[in-house]
Ligand binder design. Structure first.
Ligand code: GLA
Length: 637
């Protein structure tokens, strides 16, 4: 519910306006660095981590967690260590991360904890870098992540009800958590790892108040091997509803020590310790709305007050990184008619920017944290900003019309959803034949979320759920006509009461001139890997105004961060050397796509673009800086 969201925003916005804020205690360094896994080291040191009346106790001594959130799937694995070192350089002794169910179980029973999804490797690396870890398997994570972290297939199970005691949900959740436990339970401090405590659910109080359900979560976590400290977190107004008696209730969205103390005492037997699980140093972006930035000066007093009060804090985000691929989420503004999908950049105006460079906010927070460091423990120096490069312009002349390379279709009388087709993300092309002649109104009931409409392969218009567009007057040539509707999933909603109204595609009916159209062919285009663009040069596209695939080989002398300048393009997706960098859309506010140096090769590199609106665009240039705050009118496309 947007109102919920707004009131959730409220603390953040008040914080941003410096309207909240008040006193501190000494922090402590992170865990003894664990030797890199490459060589056998001494046996891991086990610790105890407990709740004191006022402080967290590590081996019986106070530990003030000064934490920052960063998410392993939003950072190239090759860059994890660099980002963790930056966390230390800012003075953090702890990092927080969610665990994302939909990257680890993309299809039921198929688990993936490898590569960029190897969360255990990320946690171990944090320990190697001398950082404690707060783990948030949740399993609902919100996080501006697709479906709040839930795998799409939960919606293919009739009657399954997320965030409830509904047996099918509990069964799927239990299986998943058991898999997560195998990876991460052995990394708790009591077993020699860096995981200090584990979060159950996520702001459940903003969704429900079923304490039996929360108790079930606790039981499932313990059965999965999480036998250390468990806690819940909720925004100020939802702590009463969202906490579970006996577990520490952490608070989100406030840096006012008196308020934090009052809320925790009221829900935790009159005592602490006191932990702000999410403190927002800015905010996230969604397509078509201004980029969110807030100057550090509005946050440093609040950070200082929490640290001076000896309380623990986790800034959300310390480093946002990038929501690559199709994994962004969305919100509803109020009711379900105002759909707001998030952009691919998760810069968040965070202290560490999307590319992992320190910002003015980083330095401002570091100055505050330095005041609370144990004597004689100066902060590590701040690494210099990484270089970024402008590459020579590229001409993506090798091309293919998307309609020219379709997979085998699935036939049906009525349109099928992505879920019916067992497809999570990307695109589905819906095709049917209609009698031509004259102009008729095409109406799509419940389009989710963006459609390119084509007649005989030529684009005749687009429909955008964000703008509540569901109809298009279509001129039909005489004779039988091929009607194609390419539908993009722009992201399943990640917050609020409508989580289960999240199926994608054409979710109800299509009519033309008032007559429902039946007899559909559906072509699944998940683009879960970079598409090969076989075939022609520029001529291959001459005849089409439909979506196009374009590719080019380009040379790099020294792999360096760079930013693709997508402003001359329309809307689409880019892959570099097989990595899906995310979506671009000329409406903004994001106008560039970050290319990490780690994903470029010395020598030959491949770039591939799926362009929906400007198939004749071929030139692609780069910048040495991002553009995240440039909105453009729809008409300009
Ligand atoms: C809430 C959620 C987070 C994230 C933030 C906004 O607090 O718990 O996952 O969605 O809002 O960035």
């Amino acid at each position: 519910m947007r109102t919920l969201r707004l009131s959730k925003h409220l603390p953040h916005l008040l914080l941003a306006a410096g309207l909240l804020g008040s006193a501190s205690a000494a922090g402590a360094p992170g865990p003894a660095p664990r030797r890199a896994a490459t060589k056998p080291g001494p046996p891991a040191v086990r610790h105890t981590f407990a709740l004191g009346k006022d402080q967290f106790l590590l081996d019986g001594k106070p530990l003030q967690m000064i934490s920052g959130e960063l998410h392993y799937p939003r950072i190239p694995r090759e860059a994890w260590r660099a980002r963790l070192k930056m966390a230390k350089a800012m003075g953090l002794n702890t990092i927080g991360t969610y665990v994302f169910w939909n990257v680890h179980e993309p299809q039921p029973g198929q688990y993936d904890f490898t590569g960029n999804n190897d969360v255990a490797a990320f946690v171990k690396m944090a320990q190697e870098e001398g950082l404690w870890v707060i783990l948030r398997p949740s399993p609902y994570v919100c996080a501006e992540w697709e479906f709040g972290g839930y795998p799409y297939w939960l919606q293919t199970v009739p009657g399954l009800k997320v965030r409830s005691q509904e047996p099918q949900y509990v069964a799927a959740y239990t299986r998943y958590l058991q898999a997560v436990g195998k990876q991460l339970a052995p990394l708790q401090v009591g077993k020699g790892g860096p995981v200090l405590m584990v979060q159950v659910e996520n702001e459940y109080g903003s969704y429900g108040a079923d304490k039996e359900y929360l108790a079930l979560n606790k039981k499932l976590f313990e059965q999965a091997g999480f036998d250390g400290l468990l806690y819940t977190c909720d925004p100020v107004k939802d702590v009463a509803a969202g906490h579970l008696p006996g577990l520490l209730p952490a608070v989100n969205g406030t840096d006012k020590p008196s308020q934090i103390r009052q809320l925790v005492n009221a829900n935790h037997g009159g005592q602490g310790p006191y932990y702000v699980a999410e403190w927002y140093p800015a905010w996230f972006d969604w397509w078509g709305a201004p980029h969110h930035t807030v100057p550090a000066a509005r946050y440093t007093p609040g950070l200082d007050s929490v640290l001076r009060a000896g309380m623990s804090i986790n800034m959300y985000m310390f480093h946002g990184g990038t929501t690559r691929g199709f994994m962004n989420g969305a919100n509803f503004k109020g009711d379900t008619s105002h759909y707001e999908p998030q952009v691919s950049s998760y810069d968040y105006d965070a202290p560490l920017d999307e590319a992992g460079n320190a910002t003015a906010k980083f330095r401002a927070f570091r100055d505050v944290i330095a005041k609370y460091r144990p004597k004689g423990q100066p902060l590590p120096p701040v690494p210099a900003a990484k270089p970024s490069a402008v590459l020579p312009p590229m001409q993506l002349t090798q091309s293919a019309a998307l309609l020219g390379r379709l997979p085998a279709p699935v036939a049906s009388q009525k349109p099928l959803t992505f879920e019916n087709l067992k497809q999570a993300y990307g695109f589905v092309l819906y095709r049917t034949k209609v009698a031509g002649g004259g102009s008729k109104m095409l109406k799509i009931k419940d389009l989710r979320d963006y459609a390119v409409v084509m007649v005989n392969g030529q684009r005749v218009g687009t429909l955008d759920r964000r703008e509540r567009q569901d109809s298009l007057l279509v001129a039909l040539p005489a004779g039988q006509v091929q009607l194609d509707i390419l539908v993009e999933n722009l992201g399943r909603v990640n917050f609020g009461e409508y989580l289960l109204q999240n199926t994608k595609g054409i979710t109800k009916t299509v009519s033309l001139g008032g007559q429902e159209l039946t007899g559909w062919q559906q072509y699944g285009l998940p683009f879960d890997r970079a598409p090969a663009v076989a075939g022609g040069g520029a001529g291959a596209l001459a005849a089409t105004s439909g979506p196009a695939l374009r590719t080019a080989i380009f040379a790099v002398a020294t792999p360096t961060d760079t930013y693709l300048d997508m402003r001359p393009w329309g809307k689409g997706v880019v892959w570099v050397n097989g990595h899906n960098l995310g979506r671009y859309w000329a409406i903004g506010p994001q106008q560039t796509l970050y290319v990490p140096a780690e994903w470029l090769r010395k020598g030959t590199n491949t770039i591939t673009v799926l362009e929906l609106l400007k198939p004749q665009q071929t030139k692609l240039t780069t910048l040495d800086h991002p553009i995240l705050s440039e909105l453009r009118a729809l008409g300009a496309l």
